[in-house]
Design a protein around this ligand. Structure first.
Ligand code: NDP
Length: 288
């Protein structure tokens, strides 16, 4: 039986602390942090993410604005909207919900957001700073993973960490953050030979693959910390659907020392870290 790392509970604690801090920030700077989220089109999953982000911001006492734009907005129009927000001193964080329609370049959009308001931590300047070890805005999901690992009280230093997945938004930054915590890090991917034995060497295993329940219990070192980033919607035999992670919870839970569930694991922590990044962007700019 492993210990459950509840992202939901950890998020509630961290959000309560942020809620308590907001009045002090307002007193110091004359206003509360302001997050602007832009949603292009009507993708239901994106709509639900955007709603959760807005609700979380308001619940902790921040200002939240959601800008809805039609699917056929031109790239130029979106870029000029971002420009306006970059120049608006009352806006602290700008998030453009991905994915964007095919006619809009995500790279151009991310590039356009001022690195000082880049609450997602995707701007090339923030990415470069992360890899150079400079102070920067760290992407929300990887930052949440590290908070979850730290919440176990187990030291990361000197541990073997395996990250399965090498995307720019999860796998690579999580690996860099584990390196910063002095873990010995292996990044596994679709061409990794004998993934099972690589995973079995992990004291800390982070799965960010996007393949439902791919990591089985026999791929996990007994006692390991397992962080499941995956969010996969699968269809039940009766036609209903449910969310599962990249880790097969049923077989992994008896082997792992600590494991995060899906849902209620990394998902809520990602939103919590977005709130933290918005506060960080606010304080950094206003304290200059
Ligand atoms: P990507 O599709 O960008 O990357 C997936 C990675 O997994 C790739 O590096 C790929 O390797 C690797 N991979 C694919 N198949 C295998 C395999 N059979 N064996 C080993 N590695 C494999 O996904 P993301 O990083 O964006 O997301 C990963 C998961 O995390 C998804 O389920 C996503 O929904 C979820 N997610 C959850 C978030 C949250 O808030 N909880 C936030 C962001 C993502 P290669 O590079 O070789 O192709």
């Amino acid at each position: 039986m492993s210990n459950i790392i509840s992202g939901k509970e950890l998020s509630a604690e961290l959000r309560a602390k942020m809620t308590a801090d907001i009045p002090g920030l307002e007193a110091k700077y004359g206003r509360v942090p302001h997050l602007v989220v832009i949603l292009v089109g009507e993708n239901p999953a994106s709509q639900s993410y955007v709603r959760s982000k807005g609700k979380a911001a308001v619940a902790i006492g921040m200002k939240s604005t959601t800008i809805l734009k039609p699917e056929d907005i031109s790239e130029e129009e979106l870029l000029s909207l971002i420009d306006e927000l970059n120049n608006d001193d009352t806006v602290d964080g700008i998030l453009v919900q991905l994915p964007l329609p095919k006619h809009i370049s995500e790279d151009k959009v991310i590039d356009k957001i001022s690195y000082e308001k880049d609450v997602d931590g995707f701007h090339p300047r923030n990415v470069a700073s992360l890899w150079l070890g400079e102070d920067c805005i760290v992407p929300c999901t990887p930052k949440g993973c590290i908070e979850m690992i730290k919440s176990t009280g187990v030291s990361i230093k000197g541990k073997n960490a395996v990250v399965v997945g090498r995307s720019n938004i999860v796998g690579k930054p999580v690996a860099k953050l584990l390196l910063d915590e002095n873990a010995t890090v292996t990044i596994a991917h679709s061409r990794t030979a004998d993934l099972a034995s690589v995973c079995r060497g992990a004291d800390i295993l982070v799965a960010a693959v996007g393949r439902p329940e791919m990591i089985k219990g026999d791929m996990i070192k007994p006692g390991a910390i397992v962080i499941d980033v995956g969010i996969n919607r699968v269809t039940n035999p009766d036609g209903t659907s449910k969310l599962v992670g990249d880790v097969d919870f049923a077989s992994a839970e008896p082997v792992a020392g600590w494991i995060s569930p899906v849902p209620g694991g990394v998902g809520p922590m990602t939103i919590t870290m977005l709130m933290r990044n918005t506060i960080e962007c606010f304080e950094r700019r206003l304290s200059k």
